[in-house]
Ligand binder design. Sequence first.
Ligand SMILES: C[S@@+](CC[C@H](N)C(=O)[O-])C[C@H]1O[C@@H](n2cnc3c(N)ncnc32)[C@H](O)[C@@H]1O
Length: 504
Amino acid sequence: MQHVDGYYTADDYMATWQPEMAPAWLDHVAAYAGVAAPRARHGAAFRYCELGCGLGWSLNLLAAANPEGRFVGIDAMQSQVTHARSVARAAGLENVRFLHCTLEEATARRLARCDYVAAHGLYTWISDENAERLFALANRVLKPGGLFYLGYNTEPGWSALRPAQRLLSELAGHLSAPAHGTALHGALDVLEALHEAGARGLPVAGQAASMLARLQRSPGAYLAHEFLNRCWRPVFVTEAHGRAREHGLDYVGSARLSHRRSDFVLRRAERAIVDAQPEGALRELVRALCLGESFRSDVFARQPQRLSPSRAWSQRLRGHFALSAPRRAIVYEAATPAGRIRFDKPAARAVTRALEDGPCRLRSVHARGGRRRCTDGDLLEVLDALLCATLVTPVDPRKTAPRAPAMNALLRRAVASADPGWRGIHAQVGRHGTASRVAPLDLVLMEAAPAGNASVAAIRRHMDAAGLEATPGAADGEDEAAALRKGVVGWPSRRRLLRALGIV
Ligand SMILES: C[S@@+](CC[C@H](N)C(=O)[O-])C[C@H]1O[C@@H](n2cnc3c(N)ncnc32)[C@H](O)[C@@H]1O
């Protein structure tokens, strides 16, 4: 089995897009925490570096959405860097480049100072030595006030699965399949058989059981890169934050906006215990234990500039947001780990009404909101709920993105690609500094019914021609024809949202 510095490199990772890495999203996390964003104003030039960029999709999408930014991706796998470069070339992107080098080699290179550094899925899969290099590089590359995004595996979520992880990697070591991901599905079957036989050392109740079920459904490429590294080690949040601090990186906040508000996600008794802890990493740890966290997306800053409370308040209101779902489909409630939150309030409806025609500043909802007035406080309160329910996203103001159409055409074609390096990015680049998730069926509909007038038969023909056997996006067990009919009927309202985002 091939490894670089203990990291599994025999097969490519899967194609992924991380919306939390967008500059607008990271700026929003900073604003929420009362920290100045690295970009002095929208439209100003900025630099962005991703360490361990994999197939490079996140960076390529961000480069297409932000022509004023310069992006660099670093990865130890030549095949992935070649893929990332070929996507950038096909989309005509000139503001992104990909370097084939390890963290150790990158440490010895001259790298331009950046406003943003990101590392998603790297820290807790590499050796301790490389983890040190990762934090040291982030500190060295970031400008003062720059933001560092870190996505990593955490405890306690993985603790019950440790025996399973060890078994998977040992079993895979005995399998010489050319694609180890396929072998890992076989190893998962062994695990399941052991569980059914009542093996006492494999606790698979509750959260661990649902994580195992998720693993069974995961692509082989994910399983291989998750489990076949010599240094798989989820960490507690205190360890990650301590290490960041040692490298001059202060914790700013979580990029996981759905989990940000304790009163939304923790039960009353849990909240009382969490709130009684001193603010900082210890409180985060107690919170993580309540939530059973298995992955964190944290944002840190190098020499953060703290804003006064009044400036922080005004910065939050000046943020731009976009709808993530058609307004007609919105239900003003959401399931959270603590139960349900309900926010069907005039302010929430005013926000979604204002965003229906495209992204706008939160504060400008007052001007567009119709007869009912709401206060700034009302807007900020319902914004938290809308973010928790993933109904809105932080974005940049509208801008030109000349390479977006070429990138979007590639992504629409990729939905039917046989190449796993292309398949799976169900997104389109907008004119708001980021890309939006678009269901696979809608990617097909954009090609087959660009004017919005789709007939089910025509869509079926288009899908057959594209070699799509099942309805992309049909839920498990849902009748395919019914899913297709429902999808086609709702297309005009979803298309309206895409138009508001400048995608169609
Ligand atoms: C799980 S993948 C995540 C890729 C990407 N960030 C994403 O979210 O799709 C981790 C990536 O880190 C790269 N990597 C691992 N060890 C590395 C090292 N020492 N130096 C540079 N890249 C490394 C791997 O090649 C792999 O592409």
